[in-house]
Design a protein around this ligand. Sequence first.
Ligand code: MLT
Length: 305
Amino acid sequence: MTFRVLTLNNISVRGLDRFPRDRYEVASEIGHPDAVLVRSADMHEMSLPESVKAIARAGAGTNNIPVGKFSKLGVPVFNAPGANANAVKELVIAGLFLAARNICPAWEYVRGLKGNDDQLDEAVEKGKKKFVGYELPGRTLGVIGLGAIGVEVANTAHALGMHVLGFDPQITVQRAWQLSSGVEQALSLDDLFSRCDMVTVHVPLIDATKHLVNANRLRLLKDRGVILNFARAGIVDEAAIIESLDAGKLSAYVCDFPTARVKDHPRVVALPHLGASTGEAEENCAVMVADTLRDFLENGNVRNS
Ligand code: MLT
């Protein structure tokens, strides 16, 4: 029997290689597919051929897929939890340094300089005063969501000397300690915000997490605080972020979502959804989800759905 897999995005070759050629046809145009393999393509308006038995996402989040609609049709949606956690963690940690050392505004300042080396030397002296930063040890980082990415971020921030407060309504204090011995469990989100200098979010976007970072919580954050969002744009109320930046309460918003509202603000660093964009993460996600999909198609096993 041959299985047909329709790909909606470029998927890492190492993942595609998991489908043996004698038993699989994998292509971006294919009739009567048994499964759909997708990375970022938005499937909300797509109608599925009746032949499709499963959707596989080469990534962690499934916001681009109407999971509820497909579940009602009996079509499972598989993902690759944890497969890109290290890649996202590295960018979040870079974000902490970007914010603490004013790296982006300082770089923009330098690129705007004109003149000869003597004039540039003068400008350097001015820049040194203008962009004085701070160091991470002793600062408190709040990590909201202690899944694979949140735990990686918490452990690395702790190793850098930060005090780490975690919050995840799904897990107990004991579990948090097993996952990350450096994390202190916050009592609530408000407790976390009121004790942190920097807060990073690592939760999926669902009704309960929409605008989880909002005006009330930003008011609780320590002065000159930083919000990092490498999860999904809607978890943060962007209007409240801009207001807080303009009021000088928040010093920076570092995110992976260059939306029209935030991308040009001088205290926002917005990247083009680069969290999982490393060769390694793309391979890990593609391999994990390909194996999960094969196990389903060949053996009927359901994991990571
Ligand atoms: C994820 O949810 O894991 C990321 O959005 C992955 C990606 O960039 O495709």
